[in-house]
Design a protein around this ligand. Structure first.
Ligand code: G6P
Length: 363
């Protein structure tokens, strides 16, 4: 109990440690508008010429990988292929000698990710790993290690390590871009510097999220939807809810609703919508209207600047931000806290969900 520092569960404590994790990841890694990742020095030349990157990960780490893909592809000409490790390891790898693979694993011990790395190395890839555990197997098998320094994560469901992964992956993406064009993306680097302060706002809504969780805890199904940067957040939201509350939750890019999932919606199937006021807001709004017309309850995460959703949504969670590229990190506490409070209200222990392990070390 002492280790929980007054929090009821490690999961809640770890969510509230996210601001300090962001500081740890950023400390010493930005100088004069440039990302400094000394670990990557031996790769400086390959990064300059980089055209494609392979990324492997499992679970929550694979959602961080997806954010990385959206971000780097939107900001540069680099193509990012993301595979879930358990799939990558049994496919034809399409790895050229000297190519780079990024392996993301909080624990550094996930069996499928380790096997993917071994396979890629056999074909001549160099490995950059993003991990939280010093001395883990993954660190020993990688060419370069980017440590998250997020501190031990006790709760089975990943929370602060996900936020730390996202911030590290933004740094890696910017580093790649700046290897190609040295003055690139300084405005985004400034945003990263302000992130710890801005992020504090994301945790301020905890009590209102608790109240919303009480209202929704007895539903048996949830649909999470998002577009663009909101899509990985929807995936992670559904995963968190499943993991710790055992409620069936599914996630889709909102544009896919019409291709099947909307058939399931009705008064018993709420829609958790990630709908920031970004370039895809109007598209998302149309999707939410479609869900509403099936009598589904609408729970939406959005940002302060728009009130258009007020009439449409049954419940709103506000996140105070206007940085589209940073939505994945800033909206994450909302989905984590919602899952946490639902599980706790159901009398479940979010730190030790049934059937799950912190690290899946066997296939
Ligand atoms: C397990 C954990 C998840 C985690 C996944 C990948 O399933 O319960 O929280 O996201 O493994 O773990 P890794 O350590 O490779 O990030």
């Amino acid at each position: 109990d002492a280790q929980k520092s007054g929090y009821k569960h490690f999961m809640l404590k770890e969510i509230f440690e996210e601001p300090s994790c962001i500081v740890s990841v950023l400390t010493g890694r930005i100088k004069d508008g440039r990302v400094v990742l000394q670990e990557l020095e031996p790769f400086e030349v390959s990064l300059k010429e980089l055209q494609t990157l392979k990324v492997v990960a499992c679970g929550t780490s694979s959602h961080a990988a997806l954010v990385f893909k959206y971000f780097l592809e939107n900001m540069s000409d680099v193509t990012v292929d993301v595979d879930v490790s358990s799939e990558f390891r049994y496919k034809k790898p399409h790895i050229k000698p000297g190519s780079i693979m990024v392996a993301i694993s909080q624990s550094g011990e996930t069996a499928d990710t380790l096997e993917s790395v071994r396979l890629a190395k056999k074909y001549g890839a160099k490995i950059i790993s993003v991990t939280n555990v010093l001395g883990s197997t993954l660190t020993r098998e990688s060419d370069i290690v980017l440590y998250l320094n997020a501190g031990p994560e006790i709760s089975v469901a990943a929370t602060k390590s996900y936020v730390a992964q996202l911030v590290m992956l933004y740094l890696l993406a910017i580093k790649i871009i700046q290897s190609k064009e040295s003055t690139g993306k300084r405005d985004f680097v400034d945003k990263l510097l302000r992130l710890p302060e801005v992020f504090e706002n994301s945790l301020k809504g905890a009590e209102s999220i608790h109240a919303i969780a009480k209202k929704y805890k007895d539903f048996k199904h949830f649909m999470y939807i998002g577009r663009g940067y909101g899509y990985p957040t929807a995936l992670e939201g559904a995963l968190k809810l499943k993991e710790i509350s055992y409620i069936h939750a599914t996630a889709y890019p909102a544009g896919e609703l019409k291709h099947g999932p909307i058939a399931m919606l009705g008064p018993d199937f709420p829609v958790f919508s990630i709908i920031p006021y970004d370039s895809l807001f109007q598209k998302m709004k149309s999707n939410v209207i479609e869900c509403k017309s099936r009598n589904a309850k609408i729970l939406a995460v959005t940002n302060d600047e728009n009130y258009e959703l007020k009439e449409l949504a049954d419940d709103l969670i506000y996140v105070n931000t206007s940085d589209e590229q940073l939505y994945p990190v800033l909206m994450t506490p909302a989905i984590q806290l919602f899952a946490y409070f639902v599980a706790d209200e159901l009398g479940l222990d979010p730190d030790k969900p049934r059937n799950l392990a912190k690290s899946v070390t066997v296939e």
